[in-house]
Design a protein around this ligand. Structure first.
Ligand code: GUN
Length: 289
């Protein structure tokens, strides 16, 4: 098909998320009907960043909609690393808590790896503990970071071929870039990980059948960075002049990409849905049901 006449599908991440949430809701309901307690997620918020507070509220609302319990632990921005770890350790010891999420970023001076490393790996619904990250690397069952899982569901739902495909990931974060690269590789894609020191980023991107942008640079990916027919996944969330902006110039890639995720109702709802799925998984693993 001519690049100019291609019909680009704008992914409806919310519709897909709602379908999966219906299934999760049924699974939770089955547990409750059988006389068991509902799965419970504990979220920890440090400081008063409005974006983080809003994400946390969204996650708790999503829990409640599928019948899961949640609890929020707020600490001031002045909390020490040890004070945050003390909260995590209390949640580790609380048998009613199945999943623990410490909202990132943490205030300056707090070592995020030390905090996420304190979470019981069985309750690590972000997949950030070294045990889960290592198990993912080895291809063993584990709790896996939510955004990468959401991206894989989107690609699966849109029947994007991954076997032998060229996948390019921009960004090498522990929470998105690294785990999504491994998941794509598990599906037999040939994965290139790009980052701020990559020499000719545009040329790398132009080779991609699947392009994942997760770097937080607004509108980085332009029309002429995209191979005709590529699946383009935009994970970036930046605010420019008060407007939510992604890493991809979504309008510009219309007519070139096969699918593209929008800034709103794209990857975001899927990330939250995978958090629910991970919480249910942690509950079933822990309770043996
Ligand atoms: N901040 C932005 N995204 C995430 C996420 O997926 N998990 C956590 N813990 N913090 C985040």
């Amino acid at each position: 098909m001519n690049a100019e006449t291609r019909q680009t599908v704008v992914v409806d991440g919310l519709a897909l998320a709602n379908e999966i949430r219906d299934e999760l809701s049924e699974a939770v309901n089955r547990h409750v009907q059988a006389g068991r307690r509902a799965p419970r997620l504990a979220v920890v918020l440090v400081g008063d960043d409005p974006a983080s507070a809003s994400y946390i509220k969204g996650k708790q609302r999503a829990c409640s909609r599928v019948g899961m319990d949640s609890e929020e632990h707020d600490l001031p921005g002045s909390a020490s690393q040890q004070e945050i770890i003390d909260v995590v350790e209390r949640l580790n010891a609380d048998d009613r808590v199945d999943g623990i999420l410490v909202q990132l970023p943490l205030p300056k001076g707090v070592d995020a790896n030390a905090v996420t490393g304190a979470i019981d790996p069985e309750k690590d619904v972000d997949g950030l503990h070294a045990v889960n990250a290592g198990r993912l690397l080895l291809g063993l069952p584990c709790l896996t970071a939510c955004t990468p899982l959401g991206i894989m569901k989107i690609l699966e739902c849109h029947k994007i071929p991954l076997e032998g495909a060229q996948a390019v990931v921009i960004g090498r974060s522990n929470i998105v870039g690294k785990p999504v690269s491994l998941l794509l590789q598990q599906k037999n894609a040939t994965v290139t990980m790009c980052h701020s020191r990559t020499r000719d980023l545009r040329a790398e991107c132009r080779r991609a059948d699947v392009l994942v942008a997760a770097v937080g640079v607004p509108m980085l990916v332009k029309r002429d960075w995209v191979k005709p027919g590529a699946a383009v996944i935009d994970v970036g969330v930046s605010v420019v002049d008060g407007k939510l902006t992604g890493d991809v110039d979504t309008d510009a890639v219309q007519g070139v990409a096969s699918i593209v995720t929008p800034h709103r109702r794209g990857v975001g709802p899927m990330t939250i849905t995978m958090l629910l799925e991970n919480t249910l998984q942690a509950y079933e693993n822990r309770t043996g049901v």
